[in-house]
Design a protein around this ligand. Structure first.
Ligand code: FES
Length: 277
């Protein structure tokens, strides 16, 4: 069973997990994801690959603690083993020289967008990194992003950084300055990606989002991750996770993501009741 090399809390409620998985590390590409199970009773959790190290044979992901399975995952430590760790899954992000690319990330998406931004930089693009956090203490990997960005902005609701506007407003303000932006990549919660796509729609700037619908198998067999893009049914796990943000049926995606909301709350209450008497 794959062994955890590192599990640490990056900021409140967001954890990093590094797993020994040499075969996955060797094949990982920016934009792909893995599926992990914290134990044999947990769900299969899809997590974007945030980094990998071919020499060490490890793969790193950043996850938000939100339900029972991610709570379980957050309590594992170096040396523990997980029953399922599969990947890399999904298509890799399209990386080429576009010109100027804005990489907009928030929450777990800050980790997820990092390898994409790094690869885009290596391909010769100018990178404008926009990070969105609710408060200054929720930002992580600032040094890593500053090292690969030509411009780096943080929007934080507490005004600690550059501004406190939600990130699509920052995005719109940059677009208003008149600099040619050739592409926007946005990764984070569904609302962040939706609003970023809306912010660029009028100017028709290519906007790529990495979608995170509910997944089960992650290999195109179960249909759980289906969504509609440009009027056609797609499976995020095999056709994505990257899609054109202007063509996604966001209303359907928001609705499908809520399918098990009540069950998730019940499950967490039940599990916490057992674990925190
Ligand atoms: Fe089953 Fe995508 S997760 S088809």
């Amino acid at each position: 069973m794959p062994k955890i090399i590192r599990r640490e809390r990056l900021v409140p409620n967001l954890h990093l997990i590094e797993v020994e998985a040499p075969d996955v590390a060797r094949k990982s590409k920016p934009g792909q994801f893995i599926i992990i199970m914290p134990d044999e009773f947990g769900e299969r959790i899809p997590l974007s690959i945030a980094d990998w190290d071919v020499e060490k044979g490890t793969v790193t992901a950043v996850f938000l603690v939100i339900g029972t399975s991610t709570n379980k995952l957050s309590r594992l430590n170096a040396g523990d083993k997980v029953p399922v760790f599969v990947g890399p899954l999904g298509k890799e992000s399209e990386i080429k020289k576009y010109g100027t690319v804005i990489c907009a990330g928030g929450c777990f998406g800050i980790g997820a967008i990092y390898p994409v931004a790094r690869a885009l930089k290596e391909a010769g693009n100018k990178i404008i990194a926009l990070m969105d956090v609710k408060a200054n203490y929720l930002l992580y990997w600032e040094d890593k992003f500053r090292a690969i960005s030509d411009e780096f902005y943080v929007s934080s609701r507490d005004s600690y950084y550059d501004c406190k506007d939600y990130i699509p407003t920052v995005l719109k303000n940059i677009l208003k300055k008149g600099e040619t932006i050739d592409r926007v990549v946005s990764i984070g919660c569904t609302y962040l990606m939706y609003t970023c796509a809306e912010a660029t729609r009028a100017k028709k700037i290519d906007t790529v989002v990495s979608l995170n619908p509910i997944m089960v198998d992650g290999t195109g067999m179960c249909g759980a991750c289906r969504l509609t893009v440009d009027g056609k049914t797609k499976f995020a796990c095999v056709d994505g996770p990257d899609f054109d943000g202007h063509l996604v049926d966001w209303k359907e995606l928001f609705s499908r993501r809520k399918s098990y909301f009540d069950d998730e709350i019940q499950s967490l209450c039940h599990w916490e009741g057992k674990n925190f008497p």
